[in-house]
Design a protein around this ligand. Sequence first.
Ligand SMILES: NC(=O)c1ccc[n+]([C@@H]2O[C@H](COP(=O)([O-])OP(=O)(O)OC[C@H]3O[C@@H](n4cnc5c(N)ncnc54)[C@H](O)[C@@H]3O)[C@@H](O)[C@H]2O)c1
Ligand SMILES: [Zn+2]
Ligand SMILES: [Zn+2]
Length: 345
Amino acid sequence: MKALVYLGPGKNALEERPRPDITASTDAIVKITKTTICGTDLHILKGDVPTCQPGRILGHEGVGIIERVGPAVTTFKPGDRVLISCISACGKCVYCRKLMYSHCTTGGWILGNSIDGCQAEFVRIPYAETSLYRVPDGADEEALVMLSDILPTGFECGVLDGKVAPGSTVAIVGSGPIGLAALLTAQLYSPAEIIMIDLDDNRLEVARKFGATQTVNSADGKAADRVMAMTGKRGVDTAIEAVGIPATFELCGEIVAPGGTIANIGVHGKKVDLHLESLWDRNISITTRLVDTVTIPMLFKTVGSHRIDPKLLITHRFKLDHILDAYDTFSAAAKTKALKVIIEA
Ligand SMILES: NC(=O)c1ccc[n+]([C@@H]2O[C@H](COP(=O)([O-])OP(=O)(O)OC[C@H]3O[C@@H](n4cnc5c(N)ncnc54)[C@H](O)[C@@H]3O)[C@@H](O)[C@H]2O)c1
Ligand SMILES: [Zn+2]
Ligand SMILES: [Zn+2]
């Protein structure tokens, strides 16, 4: 089969690989129909993710059709259409029993990381019963690819942990796919204001189309002043960090209102300062989270009922044969205006 393989920092290639086999009774083999590339795959290509070693097939998002199941899998059978969660969950360990699948002691984020992923014609999914979700009849496959990772990430780590509430004021720092997913799902709770902050005017324009009430280009370093002016010097009830650098986390600390919440989504690779000298008396909460994807079943329903349309995030489409072009397009997002690219296997 064809597969996109990580070959070490800065190097990837489309290679011919043997089809995966069932190695545990709880496995399923899924024939991929649609997959995509995540910002995290670009982190891997930079060499930022040491658990992902050269030779690994990348990819942790996608939909497909069950080809074979191990003897312990009873809820799926060959031919079933399934959505793949980016998080593999055994369903039995102490963290899975708390619905904290991201910390599953033998799973978590392993797909396209420490085991082969889904940017290929076939993939082996461990713990199939608790890591795959049946695709409802008539559902749009492309829209559902957004449910493997980015929609639950924006929703769980940003909107739910950030306690977005009716009539509240929200700021989302970072208008990439994850920040936009938080913007789409925040609207399920009818906040009064959603302010999107980014450096890229194109992404801010997209944010306005997706429902942002105000946008701020923070390139001049005055974003905090502007957000305070927009909120009557009060600040925001929820500040969602969706970039993953020190400056954007610190900005959240500057704009959070007394009693508010900073919900961090970004993956941080560098030391970040927490300014308790200005935050200690503000009655705020700070949350951090690795996406658990426990909200996938609920998101299926909101997508099915057209309450949210994740297809808005798709900007480009490629065949698996041209996945290297897809990587080029996705990694030059400022120039190509790419958000999410769909790859058809
Ligand atoms: N917690 C989790 O489980 C989880 C899951 C998936 C992704 N993530 C992380 O979420 C973050 C966002 O992901 P993404 O795919 O949207 O990334 P992205 O790189 O596509 O988007 C980031 C956005 O931030 C903007 N930006 C960069 N510097 C900025 C600054 N100084 N001020 C304002 N905006 C700035 C960029 O212009 C871009 O639009 C990443 O750190 C990613 O690794 C976390
Ligand atoms: Zn991802
Ligand atoms: Zn587990």
